[in-house]
Design a protein around this ligand. Structure first.
Ligand code: ADP
Ligand code: MG
Length: 750
């Protein structure tokens, strides 16, 4: 019972006392959870939507450009804008003025503390809070916040992973104000905090975080894109930025179930659980009506995100039962990265308020669709607009073709890197399973572009397939312009009209890593193209067209193998991809070593995105995290198998055995099949536990790569073996003895 949370105070719904006589009532955490969930009575949300329409909330808690304009002296505001919008060097002498304005604004909004927010290599968000108040020396306190405090902080971050860059005895790490990402106010029932997005670096200036390389890679992309634009005669120098729009998938389960499952609580995914008789086969959930309780949650999430200036746009049910998606409008990549982190935090926090748990793990339920985070990516500038917009006749749009070909070349050349930056213990359950994009990186271009690039490969493009009109055959419906390409849901890297969508990214990952990789590989590709074209034209714009034809044809001949428009899930593709020489790095243990390759080292070093030391520190950190995640899961598997599943199994075995014995004594016949099967399974469970215990008792290897291999090749299979037996037991053991909330209950009871 103790695990059932009292929702009366914290949520906008109430639970009656647990155990209201539902079927499984019997005193186990599971039965208590079911009782509590089924007696949940939602009450209306406390928000008054009429009073403040959601639209009016936008940016309410953001130290936005308009707030800055109002509160800062004109020269200071203009100087800041130049840094934010044109990438000019920050003038630190203004910091005191900005800090004072920020503090006044924050205190008016009720803030008592400020926090430097940073993004450590764990992929999570970290905050160091300080009070605005300082002793005034006369027994009182004054509110203080100087330029120095705005610009720099020194969190005691020695416990953040650094992959050896910073050891605890030389633990200095600094947070540095990132002026390009606006400060904001975070409201909490217990207080309000001014949050300042920062970069986190060691005292030697090395990046210890996910944000710094994003900013560096954007700078690199801009420099190379400018060279290309100059060849096309665009010399205004308007900053070229990468843009990102991440679509976030997640699951919601009632918090009572969450707390009754040690695996969900500690590992974020279920380590046991048989498939429900009814799963997602009917596809009746996708885009279905959103249940009221979930809708109340979504509305609150949207309002909270709006206040923070996060432009959320779409919400819908996803494929699996209990699965949903939220997507914001795209923003500059660095802002999108920060906002994405805030979004994950907001989803989790708001779910709690509504008596639910938001699961952002890539695969919370085996056999049920996992959750990804599709990262839509493009690049553009104020004067050029979206550089990946093909227009109606892409074959005539030479500039588009070049930028697009540069991406194709980049993805082909650095497919291993793209696989490595989405590698994690949790995302491994998704990639390569029969749902999400496969572990093989390929590009979907759609019919129209494929046709254009096929022509280019053959020597030159002269036509584009027309887009046409889609007629629905019902007069009252308007005719729609038909997209030139159909959608393809199986491709890990798909062109979707005017951007690429990187679908292999995991739901729980920071989008920083994927964005750094995309920005940098495309910068490298643009560099290559610019150099080739600059040489060929030698300053004569008349020669551009011919040079471009030659270059594009070459690129498509050399790198066209990455284009694949077929079914990425099929067996045939695996064989075909191998023939084409594409990589198929199935697991994190296979993919992460790519970060050690000379190609990748050179790439990041050349464009000043990551030094060799920074890169290798990242590799170490990710390997460590991989091993730690699996280590935790092994221990949890053992604990749950021994203390929950085994006891339930032998109780049932005992019941069966005594029934058999009694009946036999009375002279009745009794089929012992079930008892035999139970006895066999109990033995298998014991054997599985023993194998896993032995495997985990082996001393860990000093070499992280070897350790990761061991996790992948020895620990995971041993864990899966225990699970397989337990899941079979779930189908036999009496329901009232089964201790864990089932898939059916978690996914369908809300
Ligand atoms: P889907 O049909 O793939 O589910 P959604 O509408 O859910 O599409 O999400 C598409 C995402 O792509 C949105 O976040 C949108 O803002 C983003 N997007 C659109 N244009 C661009 C662009 N130029 N650069 C980056 N992202 C973009
Ligand atoms: Mg979508």
């Amino acid at each position: 019972m103790s695990q059932v949370i009292d929702q009366d105070k914290s949520s906008n719904g109430t639970y009656a006392a647990a155990n209201n006589g539902t079927k499984a009532a019997g005193g186990s955490p599971r039965s208590a959870a079911i009782a509590a969930v089924t007696s949940y009575k939602p009450s209306p949300p406390p928000m008054n939507f009429q009073e403040t329409p959601t639209g009016e909330l936008f940016n309410a808690n953001v130290f936005s450009k308009s707030v800055m304009k109002q509160r800062l002296p004109k020269p200071v505001f203009k100087a800041l804008l130049r840094t934010i919008e044109s990438g000019e060097k920050l003038d630190c002498s203004m910091a005191d003025v900005v800090a004072a304005a920020m503090k006044d604004w924050a205190i008016e909004k009720g803030a008592t503390h400020y926090a430097h927010v940073f993004y450590p290599l764990t992929g999570s968000t970290a905050e160091k809070h300080d009070s605005f108040l300082s002793p005034d020396g006369e027994g009182g306190a004054i509110a203080e916040f100087s330029g120095g405090q705005l610009i720099q902080g020194e969190p005691d971050g020695s416990s953040f992973p650094t992959g050896g860059i910073r050891v605890t005895f030389e633990a200095r790490g600094y947070t540095i104000w990132d002026v390009t990402s606006p400060a904001y106010i975070l409201e909490n029932a217990n207080g309000t905090t001014l949050c300042i997005p920062t970069a986190f670096v060691s005292w030697t200036g090395e990046a210890l975080d996910k944000k710094t390389p994003v900013l560096r890679s954007m700078q690199a992309l801009n420099i190379q894109a400018q060279r290309i634009l100059k060849l096309f005669g665009h010399t205004d120098g308007a900053l070229v930025s990468s843009t990102a729009g991440p679509e976030q998938e997640y699951f919601l389960v009632d918090r009572n179930f969450f707390f009754a499952r040690p695996d969900l609580l500690n590992a974020g995914r279920t380590l046991f659980g048989a498939s429900p008789p009814k799963g997602q086969e009917f596809d009746d959930h996708y885009f279905g009506a959103i249940p009221d309780r979930v809708l109340a949650f979504m509305l609150e999430v949207e309002r909270e995100l709006f206040k923070l200036g996060i432009p959320v746009k779409t919400r819908h049910n996803e494929v699996a039962p209990g699965q949903y998606e939220i997507a914001p409008m795209f923003e500059f990549a660095n802002i999108a990265t920060d906002h994405q982190q805030l979004m994950m935090t907001t989803l989790k926090r708001t779910a709690e308020k509504h008596g639910m748990a938001c699961l952002i793990h890539e695969k919370p339920f085996a056999g049920v669709n996992g959750s990804g985070k599709h990262v839509n990516w493009s690049m553009g500038s104020a004067s050029q607009g979206n550089l990946l917009d093909p227009g109606d006749t892409p074959h005539e749009n030479a500039q588009f073709l070049l930028f697009c070909a540069a991406v194709i070349r980049a993805v082909h050349k650095h497919q291993g890197l793209l696989r490595a930056v989405v590698a994690s213990a949790s995302n491994d359950h998704r990639l390569g399973a029969n749902e999400a994009p496969p572990a093989i990186i390929s590009i979907f271009l759609g019919d129209q572009l494929t046709d254009v690039f096929e022509q280019i490969r053959a020597g030159g493009a002269n036509s584009s397939l027309p887009k046409g009109t889609l007629t629905v055959g019902v007069d009252v419906l308007p005719p729609l312009p038909k997209d030139a390409g159909d959608r393809n849901r199986t491709s890990p890297f798909a062109f979707t009209g005017n951007r690429f969508e990187f679908r292999a990214v995991g739901a729980n990952q920071s989008i920083a890593g994927p964005l750094v990789a995309m920005n940098t590989i495309v910068a490298e590709s643009l560099d290559y193209c610019a150099t080739r074209l600059e040489e060929a034209t030698a300053g004569d714009p008349e020669k551009l067209n011919a040079a471009l034809q030659t270059l594009l044809t070459e690129i498509m001949k050399e790198h066209g193998a990455i284009v694949f428009n077929g079914d990425g899930y099929s067996e045939a593709w695996h064989a075909e991809a191998e023939k084409r020489g594409l990589l198929n790095l199935k697991t994190t243990a296979d993919a992460l070593p790519i970060l050690q390759s000379e190609d990748v080292k050179e790439l990041f070093e050349k464009y000043s995105v990551l030094s060799e030391r920074e890169l290798s520190s990242r590799l170490d950190t990710y390997l460590e995290q991989y091993c730690m995640s699996i280590g935790v899961e092994v221990n949890l598997t053992l604990e749950m198998a021994k203390t929950m599943i085994f006891p339930a199994a032998i109780r049932y075995q005992n019941e069966l055995a005594s029934t058999c014995a009694n009946l036999k004594m009375l002279g009745y016949e009794f089929d012992t099949d079930t008892l035999d099967r139970m006895t066999g399974l109990v033995k298998s469970l014991q054997d599985g536990i023993a194998v896993l215990e032995k495997a985990i008792a082996e001393p860990e290897s000093e070499d992280l790569l070897a350790e990761a291999r061991n996790c992948c090749d020895v620990l995971l299979p041993a864990m899966n073996q225990v699970r397989a037996v337990a899941d079979e037991l779930e189908g036999i053991v009496a329901d009232d003895l089964w201790p864990l909330p089932t898939y059916q209950e978690m996914l369908f009871i809300k």
